[in-house]
Write a protein that binds this ligand. Structure first.
Ligand SMILES: [Zn+2]
Ligand SMILES: [Zn+2]
Length: 220
């Protein structure tokens, strides 16, 4: 059981932190590796200060941020990107089908995102060894899930969430473009062997995530 006081940053599993202090919006994960840091989603606008403070608290600097991966283009996940790209040289990964959302919610123009890497799904990203990009449309057209087989970790963005009761849940209909596609994308995750589930909202599941998942999709 994770002891998470609201507002605290925490180490969820080795190398992976969940940020809560000084940030707003979706879960922000920072992955710390010997060759640099990766930020997965960056919260609403104004979360950059909390992220930067945390990076400095690790004894790292902004130059150490090698990648920023955006699970999709909603404002609670991409809001502080403009500030972060101003102060880092990180590669910015986002699915090509969510570029319009990114532009709408950040005011950035596609070409002004330096070092951007447009994904289509199936790519391998240099994160904790090798991490697979799984295109999981439905919540948005360009939603992605990240899967690391070596550590059996799934970063689900808003494709799969954990509610206040600690149970798996789908994103709300009103924020989801196509609920049928979203369900199909969730069901496809059955082919991955994961133990840890790191959602875009809610507390992480740090063990036996797949058995919870199997129970969940029975009723889907
Ligand atoms: Zn969200
Ligand atoms: Zn979303």
């Amino acid at each position: 059981m994770i002891d998470l006081r609201v507002g605290d940053n925490m180490l969820v599993v080795p190398n992976i932190y969940l940020l809560k202090k000084g940030v707003r919006g979706a879960n922000i994960y920072v992955v710390e590796e010997s060759d640099g840091l990766t930020i997965i989603d960056c919260g609403f606008e104004g979360s950059d200060e909390g992220i930067i403070e945390f990076i400095e608290s690790l004894g790292s600097s902004l130059e150490d941020v090698k990648s920023i991966i955006l699970t999709h283009g909603h404002p609670d996940h991409v809001g502080s990107l403009p500030e972060l790209i101003d102060v880092t040289e990180a590669k910015v990964y986002i699915h090509e089908m969510d570029i319009q959302l990114l532009e709408r919610f950040t005011g950035l123009k596609k070409d002004s995102v330096k070092n951007s890497v447009l994904l289509s799904g199936g790519e391998i990203i240099d994160l904790l060894g090798e991490t697979l990009v799984i295109h999981s449309p439905g919540h948005t057209d360009g939603s992605i899930v990240l899967y690391n087989s070596q550590r059996q970790i799934l970063f689900t963005g808003d494709v799969l969430l954990i509610n206040a009761n600690g149970e798996l849940s789908l994103p709300k209909k009103e924020y989801t473009k196509d609920m049928e596609k979203e369900k199909e994308s969730v069901k496809k995750l059955i082919s991955f062997n994961f133990n840890v589930l790191l959602p875009g909202h809610g507390f992480p599941v740090i063990e036996n995530a797949r058995s919870k998942f199997l129970r969940f999709i029975k009723d889907l």
